[in-house]
Design a binder for this molecule. Sequence first.
Ligand code: 6GU
Length: 404
Amino acid sequence: MRLDYVSIFPDFFAPLTLSLPGKAAEKGLLEVGVHDLRGWTHDRHHTVDDTPYGGGAGMVMKPEPWGDALDALVVPPTTTGQRTTVVFTTPSGEPFDQRLAEELATREHLVFACGRYEGIDQRVIDHARTVAEVREVSLGDYVLNGGEVAALAITEAVVRLLPGFMGNAASLVEESHAESGLLEYPVYTKPPVWRGHEVPAVLRSGDHAKVASWRREQAVRRTAQRRPDLLTPSVLDDGTPIVRATPGDAGELLTLQRACWVQEALANDMLDIPALHESLEDVRAWLGEWDTYVVRRAGRLVAAVRGRVERGEHGDVWDIGRIMVAPDLQGSGLGRILLEHIQAVAPAEVASYVLFTGAASVRNQRMYKKAGFRLRRDLPAPPGAVVLTKNAARHGTDTRRGDL
Ligand code: 6GU
């Protein structure tokens, strides 16, 4: 693979001769070229920018030096038919992720065009598309002063995937990681107790099955807390996402709530279900106090669930409620998926989950029991309702000796 970098700050790329890419270059897996854009200027001041047409703040990178740089660096299709790929690093690009790293790792020649100021004249990118594959890539939703650091980050992610680099072990790990779609579980090494922090006992138990299931559970829990967007249950089978409710959903939630609870009330021969009598203002108010998730199908809000932490005598409890599915979609499994989802997003500190349902809602109770909830006749419940609870998945991280 050949990598070229064009920038007005070529010194940024000194690290390429060190660390990972440096080693790959030594092994002959990589050829690296670093180029000063000013080398393609023709005026005395080596000017690379100018004021924007249409006015506005900041400066725009002039097209001519970039055009000459691309003329010099973009090579015609190789015998395998592969063209050069030009990567423009820009905060308005497509988000960089492992999938894109894997894709770029298959290329023979990458040219990183690192912009500064307010960006590069659009015609440079348009022209590049006529001679090369072009990717406009962003590291994430924040703004850097220039694309150099982004190009380095992309390089490191790509180069470690090259066959023969890191003995291929990395790519195997990567695969399993990508497959699970989860964040990594926490890791520990010796000593078993350090500054009062213990290594979770299960990891020292020698029980491989238990270790595996503990790690999986930790990965799911971490993912739910830090990146709920990555979690499988937050997407239905057909890819429909389960998303956080916004204040604008209040009206539709009210409609869904009425539809669901009228049905529930009729089925259970009870008419005083509080949710049935709430106003739009009530819904707006509880939306602000509960973690609420909704599902939209063809623009219509068709299902919802909410949860919040309650301080209980025996530790924090995750109160789950308002699992609602539009009447025409009931029985489709949506309720079960929402129930899984709301458990997965519970904060780490909760000791148990609790939910209430109609004493006569046999179908609901059956679903909850299938999901591991137990009917608690020993706990208080409002008239006509029952309580069900379930222990939250234990997650032995950060157990300090003194706490046990
Ligand atoms: Cl690729 N460039 C710049 N300038 N800012 C960024 C970025 C890239 N990615 C995130 N922020």
